[in-house]
Design a protein around this ligand. Structure first.
Ligand code: ZN
Length: 438
């Protein structure tokens, strides 16, 4: 297939306005929307950014719904921590009403970003976009204010050229993706849905139809405090026990489980990496001359869709981890009497969209026709599309500018050419998926 005359007009319209697109993404980078590290961290510029987008989209003709979800809206889900509030962190759904008779399409992106730390290592201010040699630098440039800019620009281009779609085009921007996924969940609870969706995560223009789920256990091992400068009797006679040394037993057991996973044929997926178990945070000890009384290790565990339970969650993985920790505990008399505890953080589900689904073939065709060398792929990391797919009845793929290898890094960037081609592909995909009204 090739581009129709009308599609070509839209594609050229976007190419001629590259500066405007770069300015839009630069504006978005300028809002400090660093995700909260703890549930009670105060909001930053989330409201200001969402209002900025709502203003732009309303002027382009969208009906804008900007709302602060109540914590009850996400209560009871494994995705959200209990009592999470959205004060100062509104979600946005902007709908360009179709003329009727076409399929609806969701374009989704998150507006929160990870902390710019270590900030002093950046070449320029992470919240002041910097354009150098066709590359735009700044926190969120690729993950994913670049993608958000592309979807807004694609919709705006259609509006400016008075291309009326048959089906509704719904743009949704959420917070809380980098922290919990609660923003996407709130959007689903609010009724944001469509016949299919594109999440503009930095996929390097690959069309990602599947992503892994993840669970995050924190395993705490207890010791017994005591002076480390004197010999200690056996713990059964009141002696100290070193929680860090006992935690090594758990670390060993988890490493063996990780090795099992890495070599197991069950852990193969044609589009994804095998499941993985990564220790990410460790803390233990109170004083340089005291036996540590406790040691905690937090793991990030990514798993394949085949290991999800019947409801789509990671309970089978949780059981496997609990059994692994229990085996480690049984091998040691202290741990057998003082079993480690496991606390599970909110989790995110895996999701998979059929490779034959209309959104996949439509986007594949649109991306190729706008000049991208693309293919169907998997997204090892989780994204909000899984929530829309699993819980919202909206099958979503990830497709966006820039690569995940630049996400969460110092001097994060997105090539401006990538922004242009992505906006072009998305606008053509929207025309083909929703249909164009005569
Ligand atoms: Zn992201």
């Amino acid at each position: 297939m090739s581009l129709t005359t009308r599609e070509r007009t839209v594609v050229e319209h976007i190419a001629e306005r590259e500066d405007e697109l770069v300015a839009l993404v630069s504006d978005l980078i300028g809002f400090d929307t660093t995700a909260r590290a703890a549930p009670d961290d105060p909001p930053r510029d989330e409201r200001a950014l969402q209002e900025y987008l709502a203003g732009r989209l309303a002027r382009a003709g969208a009906e804008c719904d900007l709302w602060e979800p109540a914590s009850e809206n996400v209560a009871g889900s494994k995705l959200a921590p209990t009592g999470l509030d959205f004060d100062g962190r509104p979600q946005l759904a902007a709908t360009f009403r179709g003329a009727g008779g076409g399929r609806s399409l969701l374009l989704n992106g998150h507006v929160d970003v990870v902390s710019p730390d270590p900030r002093e290592r950046w070449t320029t201010d992470p919240f002041q976009a910097d354009l150098r040699d066709g590359v735009l630098y700044g926190r969120g440039a690729c993950d994913m204010k670049g993608g958000v800019g592309c979807m807004v620009f694609a919709a705006k281009a259609l509006a400016e050229l008075e291309v009326r779609l048959a089906g509704d085009l719904v743009l949704c921007t959420v917070t809380e993706e980098e922290s919990t996924g609660a923003g996407g969940l709130a959007a689903v609870a609010h009724g944001v849905r469509a016949d299919a969706g594109i999440v503009l995560e930095p996929s390097g223009h690959e069309i990602c139809i599947v992503c892994r789920g993840s669970v995050i256990p924190t395993i705490t091992v207890l010791g017994q405090p005591g002076h480390s400068g004197i010999p200690q009797p056996d713990w059964r006679e009141g002696g100290a026990v070193n929680a860090i040394e006992k935690a090594e037993l758990v670390l060993d057991a988890m490493r063996h489980l990780q090795e099992d996973w890495r070599s197991s044929p069950d852990q193969r997926h044609p589009l994804l990496s095998a499941g993985d178990i990564v220790p990410c945070v460790i803390s233990g000890g109170e004083w340089a001359v005291s036996y540590p009384s406790s040691c905690s290790v937090t793991y990030h565990i990514g798993y394949l869709p085949a290991f999800a339970d019947a409801e789509g969650w990671g309970s089978r993985i949780e059981l496997e981890v609990a059994e692994c920790v229990q085996r480690a505990a049984e091998s040691d008399p202290w741990l057998a009497e003082n079993p480690p505890t496991i606390v599970w953080a909110p989790e995110v589900p895996s999701a998979e969209v059929d490779a034959e689904a209309p959104i996949v073939s439509t986007l594949l065709g649109a991306a190729r026709d706008t000049g991208l060398a693309t293919r169907i792929a998997g997204f090892d990391n989780w994204h909000d599309g899984a929530t829309f797919t699993r819980l919202g009845g909206t099958p979503c793929v990830a497709f966006g500018p820039g690569g995940l290898d630049r996400a969460h890094t110092v001097d994060e960037y997105v090539p401006t050419e990538s922004l242009v081609t992505c906006a072009q592909a998305v606008s053509v995909a929207a025309m083909r998926f929703c249909g164009v009204a005569e």
